[in-house]
Design a protein around this ligand. Structure first.
Ligand SMILES: Nc1ncnc2c1ncn2[C@@H]1O[C@H](COP(=O)(O)OP(=O)(O)OP(=O)(O)O)[C@@H](O)[C@H]1O
Ligand SMILES: [Mg+2]
Length: 251
């Protein structure tokens, strides 16, 4: 059995009256890349928020490194989050800070490094995503693909054990998508970390995923190694992978 670094166990989660996740269970295998697929609005980003304890489930459990994070005091959650990197769906850099300062921010808040060490680490991390030359630029001066890479740098600058990527390639051209996919693979290897990636891009998923989980109507309906998911006999999974209008998914 593969070792898990995180797990959603029988999670139900509502926003107001609306049930977003219902009895949802997801395994996150340590050291692997797990891609979550599913329709827009299905609750994929919500799963990442649960893993980072930015949201709490209404029932069920969320485990990270064998600890149930739903009942940890805020002080322990802050420590736990420092082991998790989050590359947000909309890069979410602070407009008024330079790209370098955005990347350095987590180190300024959570580490005892000196100023010079922090700047060195932020620059090295930007370099690892090919953006060393953008240190002094403002986020508004970057292209969409560069913003995503800066978001990656910010997510990994603390050497997290688990990195969450929310739609890292959405809206980008195929070449940049390919580049970002390879950066995710490389970062995961360099950090010896685990990655959970939400993606709609099937080429990218087939290129990077070890495991794929499909979220549909509140639950993970299919989960397994990527080559098994591609061959899945589940008609919902096949309709999704083929992007077909014909099938059991209500349009
Ligand atoms: N803070 C919130 N308050 C109320 N409803 C919310 C909130 N956040 C998300 N939702 C709703 O919950 C549902 C799931 O949202 P979520 O962002 O997890 O979906 P998603 O699968 O990531 O979608 P997308 O592919 O469009 O990013 C959506 O219908 C959304 O409108
Ligand atoms: Mg989302």
């Amino acid at each position: 059995m593969a070792k898990l670094i995180a797990k959603l166990d029988d999670v139900t989660m509502r926003y107001g009256e609306r049930v977003i996740l219902e009895n949802c269970t997801l395994d996150v295998v340590e050291g692997a890349i797990t891609c979550i697929i599913g329709l827009s609005g299905a609750g994929k980003s919500t799963i990442l928020r649960l893993l980072d304890a930015l949201r709490k489930p209404d029932s069920g459990h969320v485990y990270v490194k064998e600890r149930d994070i739903c009942h940890l005091p805020e002080s322990e959650l802050v420590a736990m989050r420092s082991e998790i990197g989050f590359a947000f769906q909309f890069a979410a850099l602070l407009d008024s800070l330079s790209v370098g300062e955005n990347v350095a921010l987590a180190l300024r808040e959570h580490s005892s490094l000196t100023n010079a060490q922090i700047e060195r680490r932020a620059l090295d991390t930007l370099e690892s995503v090919g953006l060393a030359h953008t240190y002094d630029l403002l986020p508004s001066e970057l292209s969409g693909g560069m913003l995503k890479r800066a978001g990656f740098a910010r997510a990994v600058v603390t050497n997290p054990e688990l990195v969450l990527f929310d739609e890292p390639t959405t809206g980008l051209d195929p070449i940049v998508t390919h580049l970002l996919t390879d950066i995710i693979k490389r970062l995961r290897e360099q950090l010896n970390a685990t990655a959970v990636v939400i993606s709609h891009d099937l080429h990218s998923i087939y290129r990077m995923a070890d495991y794929v989980a499909m979220l549909f109507e509140g639950a993970i309906i299919e989960y397994g190694p990527v080559h098994e998911i591609r061959r899945s006999a589940n008609p919902i999974v096949q309709q999704f992978l083929q992007g077909s209008e014909v099938g059991p998914i209500p349009l």
